[in-house]
Design a protein around this ligand. Structure first.
Ligand SMILES: *[C@@H]1O[C@H](CO)[C@@H](O)[C@H](O)[C@H]1NC(C)=O
Ligand SMILES: *[C@@H]1O[C@H](CO)[C@@H](O)[C@H](O)[C@H]1NC(C)=O
Length: 429
């Protein structure tokens, strides 16, 4: 099993003396004290009635199973019974997953899948940089198809110290390893030492200090390595969700988002898949051209795109989001009609800032976005349970829209008149 293999590679200590039943620990008020005993705890804070918590249950069962017999202890706290524990850990939303060490705690912010949660726990429960001492281990790590960063060379000096610092800071986000020249050379061509590279999918890319800086200062290395690792910690074409988009926005690049439909068994209609593949191929083939400006990705969440575009978007859809201003750009042509050349032209125009700009993050747009979200949510619920919706949302929302309408510039609302007609089609029967 993949996870077990990873644990073995990075030399986890297995504590087999504990029986498995101890691993599905229901924690209570005493946990506030128990944590002081040290060790690593992966804890889920939940309430029994939340739908999101219920959805997490099967995933959590896998997490418990996978981390059984490792030195990470897994527990859960029912915050409806033990509100004090929730308060002590400053839990605001349920479920919240935290990795807790004696004094430190880290909140899980990724997509709540078994793999992501386990990776999060494993990363944080070891040293920031794991040393790889055997060539086979490096082969195994590479075969795991996970993104990782690696330092090659003597474990001393400015580059090493900086790498270690950044790894400590971004420990929750990626795997960091170090290896000797001898081991690394068997896998990667390295021209100068020490070196730092990232392994993504099947390629690797080196960190470089940058030119025109003969005098290599600590500050410069620190700043460029922070920036580089922050930008490189995502795959070339990751799946983007509501959970990870905020992290991805921190790259400070343009986010190129392909929106497609995906059913429950992860099938994407053929034409949409073709369009997605076209953009993905472009991102890979022209990495050297676009990598500095764009982080590509795709999503199956139409809602995410709707909320960015503030309209119900047709699928497939291509939208480019400016991560610093939250403005967005969309091509004039229908995505499926676009050739790779047309897509490139669109991207080039974005870099040159010659395309129309929409949205943004100023107060009027924020208010409108809130209004849009509330309205689409309402439309959704209306189709589910009209009576309840009216009772629960009718009054406050009517009031809210009234306020928004009065304080929001009229043109933003006017501009969207035609969308009103689209809404009924969007209702799920
Ligand atoms: C290194 O750079 C990061 C981000 O640019 C900054 O937050 C941090 O304080 C810097 N560290 C040092 C030691 O200068
Ligand atoms: C976002 O917009 C600002 C202002 O127009 C621009 O300076 C910046 O280059 C754009 N791109 C990114 C990735 O922030």
């Amino acid at each position: 099993m993949k996870i077990l293999q990873l644990l073995l590679i990075i030399g986890f200590s297995f504590d087999v003396s504990l029986s498995s039943s101890k691993w599905i620990l229901e924690l209570g008020d005493n946990f506030i004290d128990v944590r002081k005993d040290g060790g690593y705890w992966l804890v889920k804070f939940y309430t029994p009635w939340s739908g999101q918590c219920k959805r997490l249950e099967p995933v959590w069962a896998h997490v418990v199973q996978a981390l059984k017999n490792t030195h990470i202890r897994v527990g859960k706290v029912d915050c409806s019974i033990f509100p004090n524990v929730g308060k002590a850990f400053e839990i605001i939303t349920y479920p919240t997953i935290k990795l807790i060490k004696a004094e430190e705690e880290f909140t899980f912010e990724g997509e709540k899948t078994t793999e992501e949660i386990i990776n999060f726990a494993i990363r944080l429960s070891g040293p920031p940089v794991q040393q790889v001492t055997r060539s086979e281990s490096l082969s195994n790590i590479k075969n795991m198809n996970q993104l990782f960063f690696m330092y090659v060379g003597e474990l001393e000096g400015l580059l090493w110290n900086t790498f270690y610092d950044v790894a400590s800071k971004f420990q929750a986000h990626a795997f960091y390893y170090s290896a000797s020249e001898e081991i690394a050379m068997k896998h990667v061509d390295i021209h100068t030492l020490p070196a730092v590279f990232v392994h993504k999918e099947t390629s690797h890319y080196f960190y470089s200090v940058g030119e025109g800086n003969n005098q290599i200062e600590a500050d410069h290395i620190n700043a460029t390595m922070h920036k580089w690792i922050n930008e490189e910690r995502f795959e070339t074409f990751p799946k983007i969700t509501e959970a990870n988009i905020n992290e991805i926005l921190r790259t400070q690049k343009y986010i190129v988002l392909v929106v497609v439909e995906e059913n429950k068994v992860f099938q994407i209609p053929k034409e949409m898949l073709e369009f997605r593949n076209t953009v993905e191929a472009l991102a890979r083939k022209k990495r050297h051209v676009y990598h500095d400006y764009f982080q590509f990705g795709w999503t199956n969440s139409r809602e995410l795109a709707n909320n960015i575009a503030m309209q119900i978007v047709p699928l497939p859809y291509l939208i480019v989001l400016n991560s610093s201003t939250l403005h967005h750009h969309v091509p004039e042509d229908e995505p499926m009609q676009m050739t790779p050349d047309a897509i490139e032209m669109f991207l080039k125009n974005i870099i040159e800032e010659t395309v129309p700009i929409y949205g943004g993050n100023d107060i009027a747009v924020r208010i409108y976005r809130t209004y849009f979200k509330a309205r689409t949510t309402l439309a959704d619920r209306w189709s589910g349970n009209p009576v309840l919706t009216t009772v629960l949302l009718g009054l406050p929302l009517g009031f809210l829209s009234f306020i928004l309408y009065s304080c929001c510039c009229a043109n933003i609302l006017d501009a969207d008149d035609d969308e009103e007609e689209e809404l009924p089609h969007e209702k799920k029967e």
